[in-house]
Design a binder for this molecule. Structure first.
Ligand code: DX5
Ligand code: ZN
Length: 222
């Protein structure tokens, strides 16, 4: 199992993104939170900004769509050449069709569930996706506390993945810091989004290294 650390720029300086990208060069990817003010009560940015980030980033871009109508919008992000596009199960009308469209455009396809959505909805879907994202906070804002009951859900998703689709990544997003990352890694998460813990640190690459070390120490089968 490989461990991946993806800082979320939700906690970055939105008017100095290019220089902030330069502070997280040891990350495995950059997590972009797209919010529309409808699916979640907050707004961020859209395809125009992501296109420019794709131009300047040397790291893979991981797009997390917290928006309504991902069936329409997700392909527009994949067309930009981003590394992965993750949609929410709760907002999606045709997840299997959408995964095919995203992959056909050259991006990896991800499917996410919110804290109150049971893991059972993912049955029969996991093998269509390159990553499953378990939200460990209510989507919408950075800096919230990790919801402890997410650990049980991560463990359930790990079982589904091991059974049906061992190459699918298991991503966790929300409240990941030096304490919570160990617990999430221990129950089978392999890909970690960290916003405030990385961007709130004065040594961001140092924090990424510490997070990676903590996850590797706790992960089974490392
Ligand atoms: C929340 C976003 C997260 C957020 C994580 O809706 O999906 O990616 O930026 O931020 P922290 O790590 O601060 O919880
Ligand atoms: Zn996110």
């Amino acid at each position: 199992m490989s461990i991946r650390i993806q800082p979320s720029i939700l906690s970055a300086d939105f008017v100095n993104l290019e220089s902030d990208f330069g502070t997280i060069t040891s990350a495995d990817g950059i997590h972009l939170d797209i919010m529309d003010g409808h699916f979640v009560p907050n707004m961020t940015f859209g395809t125009g900004m992501v296109k420019r980030m794709q131009d300047i980033s040397s790291l893979p871009l991981d797009v997390h769509l917290m928006i309504e109508n991902p069936d329409h919008w997700a392909p527009k992000y994949a067309e930009l050449g981003v590394f992965s596009v993750t949609v929410h199960f709760e907002a999606c009308t045709g997840p299997i069709q959408l995964s095919k469209e995203i992959k056909a455009l050259g991006s990896r396809a991800g499917l996410s569930i919110k804290p109150n959505t049971p893991v059972s909805v993912l049955r029969g879907l996991v093998h269509h996706f390159d990553q499953i994202l378990v939200m460990s906070v209510e989507p919408g804002f950075g800096g919230q506390s990790f919801i402890e009951s997410s650990l049980e859900k991560i463990s359930e998703v790990r079982s589904l993945i091991d059974k049906d689709s061992p190459d699918t990544w298991l991503q966790v997003d929300g409240g990941i810091d030096l304490k919570t990352i160990s617990a999430a890694a221990a129950v089978g998460a392999d890909t970690f989004v960290a916003g405030s813990s990385v961007f709130g640190s004065s040594d961001r690459n140092g924090m990424i290294a510490q997070l990676r070390q903590a996850a590797e120490a706790a992960a089974p089968n490392m």
